[in-house]
Write a protein that binds this ligand. Structure first.
Ligand code: HEC
Ligand code: HEC
Length: 384
């Protein structure tokens, strides 16, 4: 054999090997795409996308992993910076959340306006407060709220802990007389003495209004609702149907993501309602807090997690339906007219933000019974 023949022979062998490799690779990837290795994760996908027989396990061409980085998956809790989350603290917070003895009428708890089994809202345009009188604004959901830049439509409370004190003291809401009266009520209830002591074991004076707020805040920090969208962001693209992905692409290309971004798809910044076209509202929003003219009609960009479940919409609850709300946003915030098809597309995506309620975590606990002095402590509020 000449040198030339040997080389040719080697080339042929290489070609054959290459062909075998290519064939096997094609076969393997076809197998992978057909979802041959059935496992629990696949089963879960199959359930959550049941009405779409063959979910595409890929991103549609309009989307890319880079585009998706404006969002983030919801973590299991919004960890506080200045204290430790313990079971004793959270269990205390859960009891306080449901306790109507923190209101003057003894008819209202936090849960009266933020029903945890109804995505943390009451479903009214504006809530009914003390004596069933309507309050000024729509009750926001408390789910995922601890991730927000600040609390309330105008951001007047910096954290969920600070926020928790306000409805209890508000004359139009729970209407207690003073922090001292709340403390007196709690001290009169033996079960709370034990629960505060367990939650604040190193503190000689465990029952304080600040501690109450911390316990409620701790409880709220685990009110999170992961959804299919989070599993999609984590890379399992089969979680969103092609239609839902097109809705997401429309949400991005329309410009909703200038404001509704991050973990809570909103909640991270303040913006004027009527950014592009002036919107008629008597509520001055953040102006009432800062006194800055540039803050007139500025509100916190609302989170869109569970948005399908938390109507009516807007700070005053004046918008009944989601299509109406999306049309309003496009027009006043972006100067765009969306047609019905485009609005429907966006809403198809918004549906994927509906999360799983933590049913065990929110189950109402038994509340500690009154002690001999509790009625007296509660009555200290009468005649006000
Ligand atoms: C009478 C009804 C009512 C009661 C009772 C009530 N809230 Fe609210 N809550 C509201 C309304 C209305 C708002 C929005 C008010 C605003 O922005 O000015 C709100 C806002 C909030 C927010 C802000 C969420 C966000 O995204 O900014 C949190 C958190 C909250 N409430 C927690 C609580 C807690 C904790 C309690 C019990 C201590 C409580 N609420 C009791 C009606 C109520
Ligand atoms: C310039 C910032 C901005 C842009 C862009 C924007 N939004 Fe908003 N969005 C807000 C603000 C601020 C609010 C709260 C306004 C209020 O209640 O007064 C809000 C509220 C909402 C609400 C109601 C939330 C609730 O709980 O009541 C929905 C739904 C919504 N936006 C969807 C969208 C969609 C869909 C788009 C794109 C078509 C969009 N937004 C574009 C700033 C923006």
């Amino acid at each position: 054999m000449t040198r030339r023949q040997v080389l040719l022979g080697l080339l042929v062998i290489e070609l054959v090997v290459a062909l075998i490799v290519m064939f096997n690779f094609g076969y393997l990837s076809a197998r992978l795409q057909s979802g041959a290795p059935a496992n629990a994760a696949n089963q879960e996908q199959a359930n959550s996308t049941a009405n779409n027989a063959a979910p595409a396990a890929v991103l549609i061409p309009e989307l890319s992993p880079t585009l998706l980085t404006v969002f983030a998956s919801v973590p299991p809790e919004a960890t506080p910076g200045n204290y430790k989350m313990t079971d004793a603290l959270i269990n205390l917070g859960r009891m306080l959340w449901y306790d109507k003895r923190l209101s003057k009428s003894q008819q209202q708890s936090c849960n009266s306006c933020h029903l945890l089994d109804r995505y943390g809202v009451d479903g009214f345009p504006v809530s009914l407060g003390h004596d069933n009188k309507p309050v000024r604004r729509n009750a926001q959901s408390v789910y995922n709220a601890a991730f927000h830049v600040a609390q309330f439509w105008d951001g007047r409370a910096p954290t969920v802990e600070e926020q928790a004190k306000m409805p209890i003291m508000s004359k139009s809401e729970m209407s207690m007389k003073s922090p001292a009266q709340v403390e007196a009520v709690l001290r009169s209830i033996p079960g709370y003495v034990a629960a505060f002591t367990a939650a604040f074991p190193d503190d000689p004076n465990p029952i304080t209004f600040d501690h109450l707020a911390q316990a409620i805040g701790a409880f709220e920090r685990r009110l999170v609702t992961p959804s299919r969208f989070d599993r999609f962001l984590a890379g399992d693209y089969s979680q969103l149907t092609p239609e839902e992905q097109r809705g997401l692409a429309r949400f991005i290309s329309t410009g909703c993501v200038t404001c509704h971004v991050g973990v809570t798809v909103g909640g991270l910044m303040f913006k004027k309602l009527g950014e592009v076209e002036p919107y008629q509202t008597t509520d001055n929003g953040r102006f009432d807090i800062t006194g800055l003219e540039s803050d007139r009609h500025v509100f916190k960009v609302q989170s869109l997690r569970n948005i399908v479940k938390t109507g009516p919409y807007l700070h005053d609850g004046s918008i009944q339906t989601l299509p109406e709300m999306v049309r309003l946003m496009a027009r006043y915030q972006l100067g765009k007219q969306l047609n019905d098809g485009e609005i429907a597309e966006i809403i198809t995506f918004l549906n994927t933000l509906t999360g799983d309620l933590p049913t065990e975590y929110i189950a109402p606990p038994p509340l500690p019974e009154n002690g001999p002095d509790t009625q007296l402590a509660l009555q200290a509020n009468e005649g006000e």
